[in-house]
Design a binder for this molecule. Structure first.
Ligand code: FES
Length: 174
C-alpha cells in the first residue's frame, strides 16, 4: 500500500513507472485495481508463488528483466524483508539505487523504546524516526530478519485472533 502514493507522485511528475506486485497467492494481492487505474497494462507485473495469478515465481524475476531492458533510475520496494533483501541484491547487480521501506515492529514510535531498531550503513537507526525508507544497499537485512522473527511464537499463538491482542483494535477511531 505504501508504494502506491510513491508511484502516483512519480506518475504525476512525469516519470515512467512500473509496478511489480507479488503475493503468495492471488487472494493476498493488494491494491491491484488502484495500480491498474494509475498505470498502463504493460507497466504492471504480477507474480504469485503458487502461480494462481500472473507469472509464477517471485518479484525479482520481473525486476531483473526490467533492469536488463531499461535504464531504471530508482527502485522502491516494500514488503517482506527477505523480498527486499533479494530485490536489493538484484538492483545491486545493475548498480541501481533502491529504497527499502522497512516495517519492523514499533512500540512507541518516538525513537525511545528501540523496538524498531535496524542497522543501516553500520549504524543503529530507528525505523520510526529515521525511516521508514532507507537506502536498501546500506540495510543489514539479515539482522532485520532475525529481529523480525523474535515474536513469531506469540504471533502464531495469537493466530487469527490477533486483533483481540492488539490495543489499537480496541480503540474507537474518531
Ligand atoms: Fe520505539 Fe521506534 S518504535 S524506537
Amino acid at each position: 500500500a505504501s508504494a502506491f502514493p510513491v508511484a502516483k507522485h512519480l506518475v504525476e511528475t512525469g516519470h515512467e513507472v512500473h509496478a511489480i506486485m507479488g503475493a503468495r497467492t492471488k487472494d493476498l494481492l493488494l491494491m491491484e485495481d488502484q495500480f491498474r487505474e494509475l498505470l498502463d497494462e504493460d507497466h504492471i507485473h504480477i507474480t504469485t508463488d503458487d502461480g494462481s495469478y500472473g507469472e509464477q515465481g517471485v518479484v525479482t524475476a520481473p525486476l531483473e528483466r526490467l533492469l536488463q531492458d531499461k535504464a531504471v533510475s530508482q527502485v522502491f520496494c516494500v514488503g517482506p524483508v527477505p523480498m527486499m533483501k533479494f530485490s536489493t541484491l538484484t538492483a545491486q547487480k545493475y548498480d541501481t539505487p533502491i529504497t527499502a521501506s522497512l516495517n519492523p515492529i514499533m512500540v512507541d514510535g518516538t525513537g525511545m523504546c528501540g523496538g524498531c531498531r535496524l542497522t543501516v550503513g553500520g549504524e543503529t537507526k530507528f525505523a520510526c524516526v529515521d525511516g521508514p525508507d532507507f537506502d536498501g544497499h546500506l540495510v543489514d537485512f539479515d539482522s532485520a530478519m532475525r529481529r523480525g522473527a523474535m515474536y513469531k511464537a506469540q504471533e502464531r499463538a495469537a493466530g487469527e485472533r490477533r486483533e483481540e491482542h492488539c490495543n489499537l483494535f480496541k480503540k474507537e477511531v474518531k
